[in-house]
Design a protein around this ligand. Structure first.
Ligand code: ADP
Ligand code: MG
Length: 693
């Protein structure tokens, strides 16, 4: 594997190239979170520059993640004129550590008045620099002149410190003296669709919004389930191979790839790493997936719901906690019932998820995800935890006074003598749960495919830190630690078992049951966004210094604005397509029918014209309805777009008025598509898009 990490300024490169003392100082900063000595930065910068130039880099860029959800980069050449008409390649420690991109064009949610539109990027030495497209990319955090976070990385880094601090306190109270740091880890499974570029180019909706706004159901969808894990087609296979190679060069450990349930849908999963690096890597993955697709005349769609009626895409955020000395804190071991440490961390997660369900929900909310969550596919909008039979049984024992045994999976008999008896996992799989325990980690399945995983992870890290803080307080005060652990477990299980649900999360009964249990069921992004300014959520972020109230409020504004803009663009795109493509096409078709009817009549032949006449009548009626609904939508968009004042009210107008009317217009157009001659229809159909590659 010569190419793996070949474009990354990773630990091996640093060890080889940096002077010993510099390397040691840098490692200390990375591992212990100490601040960096400027003299060290100068040495690192110079070595990094030489290495990058050898890799073909001519420029460097501070690479950051503003609130747009995608990465930003501003490239500067290494070149520095020397005064004698020549130039040398320069890169100082100052340039490595700090950048000053103009911040005025990034969303700030009112955090930064335009007169101080200055933004700063600060080197995050815990995520390795890399060379991409002839530029040395330096992962950075992005903040305002006054130090407020304007990005997704800053709160993530802060949350990792918060959870490490609290988890360490718990470990110490349990008698652990060796662990120095607790690290949260993530392996995000990324789903995506692939369509042919030639077809994509003929669809304004895909181009402007990433999803189809029109499209009748094709005769074949995903019902045969013949795509899931099916053999991968050659064109896709060549594409996937190239993605792997590109990602490996960047040190992203892309590992599993397979076809997904829907036609044209696929998945890529990396080996897990720290929540910070995994977040950077997932951004890189999405970027590489899109870029490489174009080289194959394909387009990679990362939207959560590119096609109505076909499964959408998500991102499964596999999250766990580990120690610097190699312990997975969520690993139950063989006898979880007597693993107090595991049970304590497990119950802390359960309590955190129950108490902050609304906060987790919003961390996975975006306009695209509204088409999935609670829409009878993917997880429902209700947050619940799947634990599986073994842990469920242990929780029940705890509640009754103490756990004394662990059920085992036993052996599975396949019923054929020549096949081996397979050991059964103690936890089965449950694909309908939004938050499932899967062996030694939790899989948060609600996350949107196109979104950054920073939010879900900084929310998770912080809310779990908060409960661990509470646990640590109690253990530190306790006379008898073991008794206190039991007391905490019993109390947490009794109070929070309501969030545990092992059944089918897609069933209607669950919706009713969840309501009885008092679990929130927040169906839309707009409603979910309120959680960003809920007092308990503001308080927990402030207490652990992850996001201040002002920073949270700005995120609330940004999220609402993003929602408004997204739906506005979708509605305008829809109107343009309806008016300039679909309406003319159906009129042309009707005219053709009328002409044909007249032509037949003119021959004087006593032909039966019922078919043509009925079709013309039907198409004309639908055309009138199309025109009427265009006007209705236009008026709704106009009203919502001009509703200045409260951002929440405006977003609600877009959701509950504009968005609903888009659905009505779509239905009329989709019916027309099924009636009108194929050659007249102005855009590739679902069948074309889904089954062509
Ligand atoms: P499935 O599709 O069955 O959910 P995959 O094997 O596709 O499972 O994905 C599992 C993901 O979980 C991988 O990305 C893997 O790196 C990640 N993972 C495994 N162990 C951990 C851990 N301790 N912490 C975080 N992520 C993990
Ligand atoms: Mg999964």
């Amino acid at each position: 594997m010569g190419i793996y990490g070949s474009n990354v300024f990773n630990d091996a490169v640093m060890k080889e190239r940096l002077p010993k003392a510099t390397y040691k100082a840098l490692r200390k900063t990375i591992e212990e979170g100490l601040s960096l000595d400027p003299a060290v930065a100068d040495v690192v910068a110079s070595v990094m520059k030489d290495w990058a130039i050898e890799k073909g880099a001519t420029h460097f860029t501070h690479w950051f993640q503003p609130m747009t959800g995608i990465t930003a980069e501003k490239h500067d050449a290494f070149i520095s004129p020397t005064g004698d008409g020549k130039a040398i390649m320069e890169f100082s420690g100052k340039e490595l550590i700090k950048g000053e991109p103009d911040a005025s064009s990034f969303p700030s949610g009112g955090l930064r008045a335009t007169f101080e539109a200055r933004g700063y990027t600060a080197w995050d030495c815990t995520s390795p620099a890399f060379v991409k497209d002839d530029s040395l990319c330096i992962p950075t955090a992005f903040c305002s002149y006054t130090g407020e976070a304007l990005d997704k990385k800053t709160p993530l880094l802060r949350s990792m410190e918060a959870i490490s601090k609290q988890a360490l306190r718990v470990l110490r109270a349990l008698g652990n003296t060796s662990t120095k740091k607790v690290i949260t880890t993530v392996g995000p499974e990324q789903e995506y669709f692939i369509v042919d570029k030639k077809l994509y180019d003929q669809r304004k909706d895909l181009i402007y919004t990433g999803r189809t706004l029109f499209g009748a159901k094709p005769p074949k969808g995903q019902e045969l389930e013949d795509h899931y894990f099916g053999s991968i087609k050659e064109r896709i296979s060549a594409y996937m191979k190239e993605i792997d190679e590109e990602l490996w060069k960047l040190g992203v450990s892309a590992k599993t790839k397979h076809n997904e349930v829907a036609p044209a849908q696929h998945e890529l999963a990396p080996i897990f790493t720290t929540t910070n690096i995994a977040t950077d890597h997932n951004q890189l993955t999405m970027e590489v997936m899109k870029k490489v697709a174009l080289r194959h005349d394909l387009v990679c769609l990362l939207h959560e719901k590119p096609f109505a009626g076909i499964n959408g895409s998500g991102k499964h955020n596999n999250w766990s906690m580990g120690t610097d000395d190699g312990m997975n804190l969520l690993d139950p071991g063989h006898t979880p019932h007597d693993n107090q440490q595991f049970l304590l961390f497990l119950c802390a997660v359960i309590k955190a998820v129950d108490e902050y369900a609304d906060f987790l929900r919003v961390s996975a909310a975006n306009p695209g995800n509204d088409h999935r969550l609670g829409a009878n596919e993917a997880p429902p909008a209700i947050i619940s935890i799947f634990l599986g039979e073994q842990l469920q049984d242990i929780l029940e024992q705890i509640e009754k006074g103490g756990a004394t045994s662990s059920k085992t999976g036993g052996l599975m008999d396949i019923g054929v003598i020549t096949l081996p008896a397979l050991p059964k996992d103690a936890t089965d799989r449950n694909r309908t749960s939004p938050f499932a325990f899967t062996g030694n980690k939790f899989e948060f399945r609600m996350c949107p495919s196109s979104g950054s995983i920073a939010e879900p992870n900084y929310v998770l890290n912080t809310i779990v830190a908060e409960i661990l803080d509470e646990v640590a307080d109690r253990l530190e005060k306790a006379q008898d630690v073991e008794a206190e652990v039991s007391a905490i477990l019993t109390e947490y299980v009794a109070k929070h078992k309501k969030v545990v649900f092992n059944g089918n999360g897609y069933s209607d009964e669950w919706v009713v049951e969840a309501e009885k249990r008092g679990l929130p069921n927040i169906k839309t992004t707009v409603e979910a966004i309120k959680a960003l300014i809920a007092e308990k959520n503001l308080a927990v972020m402030e207490k652990h210094a992850v996001l201040s109230r002002v920073e949270m409020e700005s995120r609330y504004e940004i999220s609402l604005e993003n929602y408004i803009k997204t739906i506005n663009i979708e509605a305008l795109t829809m109107l343009e397509m309806a008016k300039r493509e679909i309406l003319p096409a159906v009129i042309k078709f009707a005219t053709g029918l009328a002409t044909s009817i007249n032509a037949i009549k003119a021959t004087g032949v006593a032909a039966d014209l019922t078919a043509q006449t009925e079709l013309l009548t039907e198409v004309s009626a639908l055309t009138a309805s199309l025109k009427k609904n265009i006007t209705v939508l236009e008026e709704a968009v106009e009203k919502a777009a001009n509703a200045h004042g409260d951002t929440y009210e405006q977003a609600a107008l877009f959701r509950f008025d504009v968005f609903e009317k888009m659905g009505v217009l779509r239905e009329v157009a989709d019916t027309l598509e099924t009636l009108v001659e194929k050659d007249v229809w102005p855009m590739p159909t679902y069948g074309d898009l889904l089954f062509n590659v």
